[in-house]
Structure formats: C-alpha cells, structure tokens
Unconditional design. Structure first.
Ligand code: FRU
Length: 447
C-alpha cells in the first residue's frame, strides 16, 4: 500500500512538473496572421532551422505554461513545404526538459541532417548545478526525437571560459562537423568557441573562434552563427553593446563580423568593425541555415529586452520574423537581408492605387531628405539609419497584426519592430518635396 501511494505520489509529482497546464489565449487582437507564433504562451529564439524529408523545420524556444517565459523552455515545432504556410507538428513539443541534464530547460541549438537522421544539437540547463552543456537528440521522421544515451556530448565547459556556455550551431565542411558555441571569457567578455567532431557525439575543443578582449562587443555572446557566403565568412551573435548615437539602440541586438576563415589553422581573421543585422526596435537571437536551393535563410526573434510586449496580457508572447535570404553587398562589407521569394505567395487582392488617409501617428516610417536617414518612429521612440547618398529609395514593407518589417534598397537596411494598435490603423503612403517618380503597390496578405 505504502509502495503504491509512493509510486502514485511520484507519478503525480512528475505529472505536475512536466505536464503543467498550457495557458489560454484570452484575446486575439495582436495575434499575427502569417508569422510564426506559439499556439499559446511564450516563444523566444528560433532553433534547429533545417530542411528535412521535404519539409522546412523551425523549432522555437517555448513555454506553453506562461506568457512571461517563467517556466523551463522546451522546443516547439512547426513545419512548412514552402516557407510560407506553417503548421504545428503533432505533438508540437519536440524536446521537453525531462532529463537530469536538461530539466532546467531545453535551450537554444541547431539541427542538421546526418545521413537521414535529423539531429538536434541543443543546450541543456542542469537545474541543480546550473551548468549549460551540449546534448543531442535524433529523429528519423523529423517529428519524434530520442535523446542520446551518452548525453551530454560536451560534458564540461571550456577550461578558459565561464559557465555561460550555450547555443551550439553545427555545420559540416569536408566531411567534418564543426560547432560554434556562445561563451564568456574568464575576464567576462563575450566570445565564440569552436569544436570539431566526426560523428556529432565526440567533440574536440579547438579554442576561441573570436573574442573581444576589451569588452566593446558585450559581456556574453548568445546564439552565434558562422557561415560562408559570397566568398567570405560571417560570424553573427546576440549581445549587448553600448549605444552610440543611432547605433546599438536596443537592449539586446544581433551584430556581425565579416572575415576569412582558414580551416587548416582554424583562424578567423575579421574586420575590426562590426555592424547590426537589423536596425529596428525588436530583433534578436537570429539563426540561419542553408536550404536545398543553396540559399542562406534567416529567422529572428522580434524582441528587445526592457520592452513592454502588450500581448503578454492576452496569454501569449512574441513572434519570429518572416524568413529572409542573406547575401553580401557587392563590396563585401555588409550583410544584406531580403524577404524570401516565396513570400509573394501570400499576396491576395491588390487594393491600393492611391494614397489613403491616415489615423494617428503611432507608427511612422519616413525618409528624411535633410539627414539622409530612414526613420522608423514608434510612439516617439526613434530608430534611424543613414542610407548614404542614394538616388532612389525602394521599400518593401511587411505589416502583420502587431509587427512591421522594412526592407530598404534591396536589403541594404532592414528594420523590424513590434507595434500595437487595435484595430490596425489605416496606412498612408505618400511622397513630398517634389520627388520625381513615385510608385506604390500594396497587397492584402493571406493568413
Ligand atoms: C537567447 C537565449 C539563449 C538561450 C535561450 C534560453 O535569447 O538566452 O542564449 O539558450 O535564450 O531560452
């Protein structure tokens, strides 16, 4: 009897711990129509971006039990055949925190196709020790995952760093697996460390790939991504940089370095300067992957810290960006982002052929001819970017129920921001001061 009640008790404890109730969405006024959001509750970083068995896979940091991210994180999961129409997989939770090495949270990571096995490489937060270590889980159907019995596959943090050690991003080069992980040096500055493996299970530490001894690029680098594009190597990560005029205005942002990587010496020689990936109010924890069409595609979490996200009172929080294709500017000095071509599939009725009246000025996007800056103003909170000397301004603007994404001059500048207006305000597009030639085209987008 005692035994049975003990088992029942343990069962109840496990049940309440791992299957706590999902929160309800109480109001859908800010729910996004064509962006990836959580069914209910909290979403943060995009994880495990991949193409496997005919589907695009996007996993995301997920806490279905709260809209403030208070519970341990899991991996939520959506798939799509075209990067536009997404559906939640069943079950929607791909990886739950149910092992000693990840019970504090199944944190950010990546996914690769390893000979027909979709392998997730993720951060496990050990609740008791607070350690962040690398684990893997595999799937043959792309939906159900089995955690590897030999986890954690990186059982200790690098000896020359602190225990801030997370967000493994894996790729293959010449038959060898490589992995970058976000870390902090013993002097408390952000850095990215590099590993190598033949089988995704045994990893060798190769040392720092990049770090910044003087702390000018933040005290911790989260979600590093390292890839080859148009003849160069790019490293981007999430961090915190002291504001410098128009630059680094958000608390939490993605910055990048461009350089050359030598696989023999494992040295990444990069330019001293670093830049923001996006100049809007909300953009963080971006992740990229290479798709079968050889495109480099990125999703990010539309977030900045210290911002009030109004949907949190409605039982959910946060959205990912639309998928963007990356490339380098023709002089090789900047990363550009353009919306993936497939997004035109969303186009419904074309409904604009003349400017319409605007109601209120909560959100204003304009090009300031005096300063040469593109300005996005959200309730007086300004983000602006110097566009350089331009003869023409070309804007693609994606509006959803509570977000705006602006792609200026073919991805030279992008600005991503959340905004709140219920109902969505009328939109006005206009040009003044004798602009020679203006063309507008607008579409209602399908859900
Ligand atoms: C970035 C981040 C990652 C971590 C995850 C936890 O937003 O802090 O470094 O793995 O979120 O949810």
């Amino acid at each position: 009897m005692f035994r049975r009640s003990l088992i029942l008790l343990i069962g109840f404890w496990i049940g309440s711990k791992f299957f706590s109730e999902a929160i309800n969405v109480t109001n859908s006024r800010y729910r996004q129509n064509y962006h990836i959001i959580a069914p209910t509750g909290w979403l943060n970083d995009p994880n495990g971006l991949s193409y496997f068995n005919g589907n695009y896979h996007v996993f995301f940091q997920y806490d279905p039990t709260s809209s403030n991210g208070g519970g341990p994180k899991q991996w939520g999961h959506v798939t799509s055949t075209d990067l536009v129409n997404w559906k939640y997989t069943q079950p929607t939770i791909a990886l739950a925190p149910d092992q000693s090495y990840d019970v504090g949270g199944v944190w950010t990571g990546s996914a690769v196709n390893n000979n027909g096995e979709l392998t997730a490489i993720y951060t496990g937060l050990h609740n008791n020790t607070g350690e962040q270590l690398v684990n893997i889980a595999t799937s043959t159907d792309g939906v159900t995952f089995t955690k590897y019995s030999g986890n954690p596959v990186v059982p200790t943090q690098p000896i020359d760093g602190t225990n801030q050690f997370r967000d493994p991003k894996v790729w293959k080069y010449n038959g060898v697996w490589y992995m970058v992980v976000g870390n902090q040096s013993k002097k408390n500055h952000g850095r990215t460390v590099l590993y190598q493996s033949d089988d995704l299970r045994q990893w060798t530490y190769l040392g720092p790939l990049a770090d910044e001894p003087d702390n000018r690029v933040g005290s911790m680098w989260e979600c590093p991504n390292f890839f080859y594009i148009n003849g160069k190597h790019v490293l981007f990560m999430g961090t915190d940089v002291e504001r410098d005029g128009d630059h680094f205005a958000n608390q939490g942002l993605n910055v990048y370095f461009i350089g050359d990587f030598n696989y023999e010496t494992k040295v990444f020689s990069h330019a001293v300067d670093f830049y923001e990936l996006d100049n809007g109010h909300d953009f963080y924890a971006a992740q990229m992957f290479q798709d079968p069409k050889n495109r480099t595609i990125l999703f990010a979490w539309m977030n900045s810290f210290g911002t009030n996200f109004e949907e949190m009172q409605d039982g959910w929080a946060h959205t990912l960006t639309v998928p963007r294709q990356l490339r380098l500017s023709s002089d090789g000095s900047r990363v550009q982002m353009i919306p993936v071509d497939e997004l035109t599939l969303l186009r419904g009725t074309e409904y604009i052929n003349s400017p319409i009246e605007i109601e209120g000025h909560d959100l204003r996007l304009y090009y300031d001819k005096q300063t040469g800056k593109l300005v996005l103003e959200r309730t007086k909170d300004v983000r602006q970017v110097d566009m350089g000397s331009i003869m023409q301004l070309n804007l693609r603007i994606f509006l959803d129920q509570s977000s705006i994404e602006v792609f200026a001059n073919d991805g030279n500048v992008t600005m991503s921001s959340r905004y709140y207006k219920d109902p969505i305000p009328t939109i006005t597009l206009f040009a003044e001061y004798g602009v020679a030639n203006v063309e507008f085209q607008a579409f209602r987008l399908n859900n």
